[in-house]
Write a protein that binds this ligand. Structure first.
Ligand SMILES: Cc1cc2nc3c(=O)[nH]c(=O)nc-3n(C[C@H](O)[C@H](O)[C@H](O)COP(=O)(O)O)c2cc1C
Length: 190
């Protein structure tokens, strides 16, 4: 399985890091490709205990967000899903409006044009009208909009369980089985 993970400059960079850890835990052979925007790099060091080197060590290949000649910048790079987590409103806007000014937005637009799965995890509150319309635009163009909105019905006991809920929702969209949160009801398949 080949997955692209992109981390952009929104709060909640830990979601992206935990997604990478979980994908590696589930499948040690997974082919993971990672792009971290410049602002995301700053926010990772502000918000988490992780350093860039350790995150990049977990993936097959890490790319500079300005490297427009990377393989990911072409629709011929086939994958099983691209996840932008968290996704800033700036990067959301670029994708919704077809502005391929970074490797992240270019790879996302390629995913949409090639009918490959794109999961966008926006993180902002409250939301302005333009960003809401951008979410709709991206969704109508084929993206899955999965806002970083944790639920509480599974009675989370700590921050880790709140993070796991969002990571689990992303894995659901990738059709990857996980045990990151207890599902509502008596779902025997969970
Ligand atoms: C500490 C910090 C937190 C931020 N949080 C958010 C956020 O939650 N959502 C958002 O859309 N932008 C947020 N921003 C602003 C974006 O980082 C900024 O718009 C940036 O240009 C996004 O660029 P990128 O998408 O290339 O990472 C934050 C910036 C900083 C410095």
């Amino acid at each position: 399985m080949r997955i692209i993970v992109a981390i952009t400059g929104a709060s909640g960079t830990i979601y992206g890091v935990k997604l990478i850890e979980e994908l590696k835990r589930i499948d040690k052979e997974i082919d993971l490709h990672l792009i971290i925007s410049d602002t995301a790099k700053e926010i990772i060091s502000l918000e988490t205990e992780y350093n860039l080197h350790d995150i990049e060590k977990m993936v097959t290949k890490a790319y500079d967000n300005n490297n427009m000649s990377a393989t990911l910048a072409s629709g011929s790079f086939r994958h099983d899903g691209m996840v932008i987590v968290p996704c800033s409103l700036k990067t959301l806007s670029a994708i919704a409006n077809g502005y391929a000014g970074s490797l992240i937005s270019r790879a996302a637009i390629c995913s949409l044009k090639e009918n490959m799965k794109l999961i966008i995890v926006p993180r902002e509150t409250p939301l302005d009208r333009t960003s809401l319309l951008n979410m709709l635009k991206a969704m109508e163009n084929g993206a899955i909009i999965l806002p970083a909105m944790p639920a509480f019905y599974h009675r989370p006991k700590n921050i880790s369980e709140l993070i796991n809920y969002i990571v689990g929702k992303i894995l659901d969209q990738l059709n990857i089985k996980h045990d990151l949160f207890k599902r509502w009801g008596n779902d025997k398949d969970s």
